[in-house]
Design a protein around this ligand. Structure first.
Ligand code: MN
Length: 316
């Protein structure tokens, strides 16, 4: 029998990739031999909302760790800002095949929990482990900035490779490996080893740059020329800063990331997702982002975000 194509759409990070691994394991066990998967990266970039809503998703399809799409037969997400339209949020109810829980640390653990419950399905130990790792990585639950940047653990190592960018072909290799066995197997892939060296080089550069170019404004450390690993590197340099705002040139566009220092106690905290929504972005309570086309625009927004984060008012 010819296999049917199951279209998977997932955020291009550790949580998205792990979610796809978990879900493909579930599908293969539930309907053995029926499907093969087509992997699609769902990326937060300028104008993605319009593109996403205008997109027709084929049948059957599943979306993980990304904005709600009415076409998706299966959808799981934990972003605060999952719904592009308020009406979608109002009408949404969890079902066997769809779940939204903004209190979940990762989409991967949301899927594990949801499918186990609804389908009385038992995932193997290595996938339960993967979901635990996704919880740590997606909520920046690292013990220290050092653990995030110079990890000993395989999962964190892999998560540090993904921001360098990857193709759907790479994703396929990682997802299939993650779905079929423990993380240690993924680390043995040539693809992983090669990228690891590159990631380590870029991380040490990010640490150097954070030392040289970040500055503290009020409670917030600001880095105008950051890169993907800067969000932890700034806290190596300024461990007492409560927030960080970082502008990065991602090639086609500029990324403005804001976050709360994960290693400081919670106090009267602002909802960063709400702050970034004001500038067309979104995220979670502790971390958020938005994307724009020009550097000028990015720096203007960053300046305003710093100002909001530093203001005394808790309510926005
Ligand atoms: Mn996530």
């Amino acid at each position: 029998m010819k296999k049917q194509i199951f279209h998977l759409y997932f955020n291009d990070d550790f949580d998205g990739v792990s979610s796809a691994a978990l879900f493909s394991y579930f599908v293969n066990k539930k309907w053995p031999g029926k499907y093969k998967f087509k992997y699609n990266l769902a990326v937060f970039k300028p104008g993605y909302q319009k593109e996403w809503i205008g997109k027709k998703l084929p049948e059957p399809s599943a979306v993980f760790d990304f904005r709600y799409h009415p076409d998706a037969g299966w959808w799981f997400d934990h972003h605060e800002s999952s719904f592009i339209y308020e009406s979608q949020k109002k009408n949404f109810k969890n079902t066997a095949q769809k779940a939204w829980d903004k209190n979940r640390k990762s989409c991967c653990s949301l899927i594990l929990n949801h499918l186990s419950g609804y389908f009385n399905f038992e995932f193997p130990g290595y996938l339960k482990e993967l979901a635990k790792e996704a919880d740590i990585i997606d909520s920046a639950g690292y013990k220290s900035a050092k653990e995030a940047l110079e990890p000993k653990e395989s999962a964190i190592k892999l998560s540090n490779i993904l921001p360098l960018g990857f193709s759907t072909k790479d994703a396929k290799a990682w997802i299939e490996s993650l779905a079929s066995g423990p993380m240690s197997e993924v680390m043995k892939l040539d693809l992983t080893k090669k990228r690891m060296l590159k990631a380590e080089r870029i991380i040490s550069k990010a640490i150097e740059e954070a030392k040289n170019f970040s500055k503290v404004i009020g409670d917030t450390v600001f880095l105008p020329g950051g890169r993907i690993f800067s969000r932890f590197a700034v806290y190596l340099v300024y461990p007492k800063a409560y927030y960080a705002v970082i502008v990065s040139d991602v090639g086609e566009y500029y990324h403005i990331g804001a976050g709360k220092n994960p290693w400081l106690e919670v106090r009267d905290q602002k909802d960063i997702s709400e702050v970034m929504k004001k500038f067309g972005g979104g995220g979670h309570v502790n971390v958020g982002a938005t994307e724009v086309k020009t550097k000028k625009e990015a720096l203007q927004i960053a300046e305003k975000v710093v100002e909001i984060l530093n203001s005394k008012a808790v309510k926005l």
